[in-house]
Design a protein around this ligand. Structure first.
Ligand SMILES: Nc1ncnc2c1ncn2[C@@H]1O[C@H](COP(=O)(O)OP(=O)(O)OP(=O)(O)O)[C@@H](O)[C@H]1O
Length: 336
């Protein structure tokens, strides 16, 4: 478990005082994948780097598995850091070393006996699907393959936690998916706690069990990924969600709308069509579905439909009240 209590990090120069992280408290459970999202400058990297004291907080508490990292001596901290692996957007592989040596380096640095290093490196490269590249150099690998090597290196000393600093931001969408699938696999197979910082909500949707949204050094909202996607409350969170769940209706279509434009949200596996057809049978209104999709958030379906409802105003309001009783959210949209 990672516990951050009232964590603040200030950067001071002669002229300025910048607050990178501002009084953040978070608890990340053992074995979960936790996402931290925010725009550039929100404080994500600083917060992540405070989790292994690469950045020393100005105040607050950082506890990993009950150990207060700020109370450790430098030697104890170096030892503890071996249980916290980290990967980065820029991979940081040593270009003059082979894949084997890049991974073996982490084991040698931790004082692992030479006799078992080869076997361990092969095991790690099998895990990340790169056993056949063992003698190649980083320049001979694609971005996704380089990130796989850096994951193998980060896992070399059996960490309990893996911190990922924008690990997929330099990769194309397909490669991003494959790296996220690998992170999901190691989370499941090794029970590893993973913390991911990203500015892409798609990454959170894909693999995070829970997430926090950051702005100006503060956490503005946190919760389960499904709850954050289905009921975001902070305006910034809403903006992030729209990057994944937005519906653009053509201007021409919006102009032609006579009735009320309504957004229905279905949680889980409620049958959207059945609810709408029941409504049409029970009230003398006309309904027309204009857009809709079902997104899977952590394997739970979240359905969103946009429809026009036409008819006598009172009848339309009653029909919408009926919908409110059957689906998780009904919003009347502005069609200007
Ligand atoms: N070493 C530093 N010295 C001074 N200010 C810093 C330092 N590191 C970060 N900051 C400042 O702290 C704030 C948070 O930066 P941080 O890099 O943590 O944000 P971020 O959300 O990770 O953004 P990005 O994705 O662009 O890295 C910013 O205002 C940044 O300029």
């Amino acid at each position: 478990m990672i516990e951050l209590r009232n964590l603040t990090k200030e950067f001071k120069s002669k002229k300025d005082r910048i607050v990178g992280v501002d009084n953040v408290s978070l608890t990340i459970q053992t074995g979960e994948i936790f996402g931290i999202v925010g725009y550039s400058g929100a404080g994500k990297s600083t917060l992540l780097r405070c989790m292994n004291i690469l950045e020393r907080p100005t105040s607050g508490v950082v506890r990993v598995d009950g150990v207060d990292l700020l109370q450790l001596s430098s030697k104890e901290l170096r030892k503890t850091r071996q249980s916290i692996g980290m990967i980065f957007q820029g991979f940081y592989l040593v270009s003059s070393k082979t894949v084997y040596d890049n991974v073996a380096f982490a084991l040698k640095a931790a004082g692992v006996e030479n006799s078992i290093i080869r076997e361990r490196v092969e095991e790690l490269l099998n895990l990340v699907g790169l056993r056949d590249r063992i003698n190649q150099y980083p320049s001979q690998l694609s971005g996704g393959q380089k990130q796989r090597v850096s994951i193998a290196r980060a896992l070399a000393n059996n960490p309990k936690v893996l911190l990922c600093d924008e690990a997929t931001s330099a990769l194309d969408p397909n490669t991003t998916k494959s790296i996220l699938a690998l992170l999901k696999k190691i989370n499941k197979e090794l029970g590893l706690t993973i913390v991911i910082i990203t500015h892409e909500m798609e990454v959170v949707k894909e693999i995070c069990h829970r997430c926090a949204v950051m702005q100006d050094g503060r956490v503005v909202e946190q919760g389960s990924t499904f709850d954050i996607f289905s009921s975001p409350s902070d305006p910034l969170t809403k903006r992030f969600i729209e990057t994944v769940l937005s519906f653009e209706l053509p201007a021409k279509l919006l102009e032609s709308i006579q009735g009320k434009l309504v957004r229905l949200q279905f949680r889980g596996d409620m049958a959207a069509e059945a609810v709408v057809s029941d409504m049409l049978q029970s009230f003398s209104v006309k309904g027309n579905i204009l857009h809709g999709k079902v997104e899977y958030i952590q394997d739970v379906p979240l359905g969103i439909f946009i429809m026009e409802v036409n008819g006598d105003e009172l009848e339309v309001d009653q029909a919408l009240d009926y919908l409110r009783g059957r689906v998780s959210k009904v919003e009347v949209m502005d069609n200007e």
